[in-house]
Design a protein. Sequence first.
Length: 155
Amino acid sequence: MDCEWLIQAPVSSNVQLIFLTFDLETSENCTYDYVQVFSGMEDTSGPMYGQYCTNTLPQDIISITDSLLVRFKTDGSITMKGFSASYVSVDPFEISEEDPTSYSSEMVTPFPGSLKSIYKEETDHDTDDYNDFNENHLIVNNPFYMNLKRYRREN
């Protein structure tokens, strides 16, 4: 099974991808299950930031453009917990090691065999508009289900 997530930041911004949890099937050279992160939106021909597997938490990634492509591949033979990641749009001139927990948030706990979307209620914007994101969460577990969470920083 192959899954892809295209992440597009606003024009002139970059994407910061932060892995929160990571537990995939262990194999030599990431043969069976892995996550790949590429620069760009079109396909996997852009520069690859890395290929990740096992249960080692990858380092944060800050894109060199306004987009990232995240690909998850599994052979489905062994079920592990999966992974969760958070992504935010960042100003390339103000990139810092800001603590992602400083955002207003509600942590989402993955639970096997489920599909759940959670949104923080806000009255000043349309919750279906994903083009102007500040922070989103992607949670892949058991490994065929996905949760997506979006919320904005408190100003």
